[in-house]
Design a binder for this molecule. Structure first.
Ligand code: NIG
Ligand code: FE
Length: 418
C-alpha cells in the first residue's frame, strides 16, 4: 500500500539491528552489528532518510504514514545472493533415489538431475517459466527476502538460456523483489554435446556469452566447477570469456569435490565463490588473497546430506561470508533464508550478528549491491523486515515458521497488515 507523498515512518522499533557500510564485512567486523533500541526509521521516495535513536514526536510525523512496529525487531531486507529461480521441472521423483543413497552426481551422470529439469525448461513457454518463478518470488517476499539473484542454466542452449533470462527480467519489472541476473550456461553438459565437450564450451564462449551480453540480460557469469561437470581449467576459460564481454564472475566451487574451484576464484578475483563445502586450506587462502566473498549455502548441505562449509575458518581468515538459499529443484528445493539462518547458527556456529551480516550486507556485496542495499542507513534503499521476534537470538532460535510479520520494499509496505 502506498502513501501519497511517499513518506513512511516506522516507529516504536524495539530493536533495530543492522550491519553498516557499503562493502562486505570480514573477520571480527562481520559480527559487529549496530543495534539501536527504541528506534524510528523515516523513509521517503523509496530511500531511508533518517535513523533516529528515539521515537520522534507525532507532530514531526504528521506528514508521514506511520507504521507502529510495536516493539519488535527490525532488520534490513534479506538478500538471497544465489538462486536458480527460473525453471520448469521439479524433481520430487529423485527423493526416493536419494533416500536409498544414490549420489547427486550419479543421478546427473545417468542423464537425470539438472538434465531432467533442462528438458522440461526447454519445452516450457516463457509465460509458464514466469508463472512458476513468480510463485517462488511471492513466497520469498512473504518471508522477508527483498532482493534475489537469479541464474539461468536449465537451457544449455542459446534459445533457452535467453528465455530464462528474459523471464527473470520481466519478473523484475512486475514484482516488488529486485532481481540480479546471472548467466549459468555452463551448468552441465547437454545431451547433444555428450561426446563433444569442446563443442559445448565453444558454444558458450562464442555464442551464448556474446548474445547475453549484447542483449544486456545478465550482469554475472557462473560455472558449475565440479567432478564430472566442468574442470577448473574449463571454468577459467568460460569466466574469462564472460569478463571480456563485461560479465562479472561467480563460481560454484567445491560443492561436492575440491577440484580447484575456490583456488581459481581467488586467482581471477570472482565476485563470490559459492558452496565451498569441500574447500581445502589452499582455497581459503586464495579467497582471502583475491578479495572474494564466500557465499555459503547451508540448506544445500542439509538437503544433500553433506558436511557444512567451514564458515568459522573463513571468518578467522578474514574472508567475508555471505549466506544464500541456492533455491533450485534438485539440491535445494527451498527458498527459506530463515531456515538458512537456523542452520548457520547450529551448523556453522556463527553468531546471530555474523549471520545477520551474512544474509544482508555481505550477500549484497556478493551481487555488487552493497552500496545500495544490505543495511539500514541513510541513503540506502528502504528495504526492511519487521520480525515476530525481539532479538537476533530469536531469529536464530525459532525455526520452521515464518517470522517475517511485515516487509517494506522500496519504502512501501508490501506485506503486513499495518
Ligand atoms: O547449486 N550445483 C549446481 N547447481 C545447483 C543444483 C541445480 C540442480 O540440481 O538443479 C546447486 O546445487
Ligand atoms: Fe547453485
Amino acid at each position: 500500500m502506498s502513501q501519497a507523498n511517499g513518506k513512511l515512518a516506522i516507529v516504536n522499533i524495539g530493536l533495530l539491528a543492522t550491519p553498516t557500510g557499503n562493502s562486505a564485512r570480514a573477520g571480527a567486523q562481520q559480527g559487529e552489528v549496530q543495534k539501536i533500541e527504541n528506534a524510528c526509521v523515516l523513509l521517503e521516495n523509496g530511500r531511508i532518510t533518517a535513523v533516529l535513536e528515539r521515537q520522534q514526536e507525532h507532530s514531526i510525523l504528521a506528514d508521514y504514514r506511520v507504521v507502529d512496529a510495536k516493539g519488535c525487531l527490525v532488520t534490513p531486507g534479506l538478500v538471497d545472493a544465489h538462486t536458480h529461480l527460473v525453471f520448469a521441472g521439479w524433481r520430487a521423483h529423485e527423493l526416493q533415489l536419494k533416500l536409498v543413497g544414490v549420489p547427486y552426481l550419479e543421478i546427473l551422470a545417468q542423464g537425470g538431475g539438472i538434465l531432467n529439469t533442462v528438458t522440461k525448461t526447454r519445452n516450457a513457454t516463457e509465460e509458464a517459466l514466469k508463472a512458476q518463478a513468480r510463485l517462488a518470488l511471492d513466497g520469498m517476499l512473504a518471508m522477508g527476502t527483498t532482493t534475489v539473484e537469479a541464474k539461468s542454466g536449465y537451457g544449455l542452449d542459446l534459445e533457452t538460456e535467453l528465455k530464462q533470462l528474459r523471464a527473470a527480467r520481466a519478473l523484475n519489472e512486475e514484482h516488488p523483489i529486485d532481481l540480479v541476473f546471472t548467466l549459468m550456461a555452463a551448468h552441465a553438459l547437454p545431451p547433444e554435446y555428450k561426446d563433444n565437450r569442446r563443442g559445448f564450451i565453444d558454444l558458450v564462449i562464442s555464442e551464448i556469452i556474446p548474445a547475453v551480453s549484447e542483449q544486456g540480460l545478465a550482469e554475472f557469469c557462473d560455472v558449475f566447477c565440479e567432478s564430472g561437470v566442468f574442470t577448473a581449467e574449463e571454468a577459467r576459460e568460460i569466466l574469462l570469456a564472460g569478463q571480456r564481454h563485461g560479465l562479472h564472475s561467480k563460481i560454484h566451487a567445491d560443492e561436492i569435490d575440491a577440484i580447484g574451484g575456490s583456488e581459481l576464484a581467488g586467482e581471477i578475483g570472482t565476485a563470490s565463490a559459492e558452496h565451498l563445502i569441500a574447500m581445502r586450506d589452499s582455497g581459503i587462502k586464495a579467497l582471502k588473497k583475491g578479495g572474494v566473498t564466500a557465499c555459503l549455502l547451508p540448506a544445500t548441505s542439509f538437503y544433500l546430506n553433506k558436511p557444512y562449509a567451514r564458515a568459522r575458518d573463513l571468518i578467522a581468515a578474514g574472508v567475508p561470508v555471505a549466506i544464500a538459499s541456492d533455491f533450485n529443484p534438485g539440491s535445494c528445493p527451498s527458498f527459506s533464508l530463515q531456515f538458512c539462518i537456523n542452520l548457520a547458527s547450529w551448523q556453522y556456529k556463527m553468531t546471530p550478528e555474523e549471520i545477520l551480516t551474512a544474509v544482508t550486507l555481505n550477500a549484497a556485496n556478493a551481487i555488487h549491491r552493497a552500496d545500495s542495499i544490505g543495511s539500514v542507513e541513510i541513503g540506502k534503499q528502504a528495504d526492511l523486515v519487521l520480525w515476530q521476534a525481539n532479538s537476533l537470538d530469536d531469529l536464530c532460535y525459532r525455526f520452521g515458521s515464518n517470522l517475517a510479520q511485515a516487509v517494506i520494499k522500496k519504502g512501501e509496505l508490501v506485506k503486513g497488515g499495518y
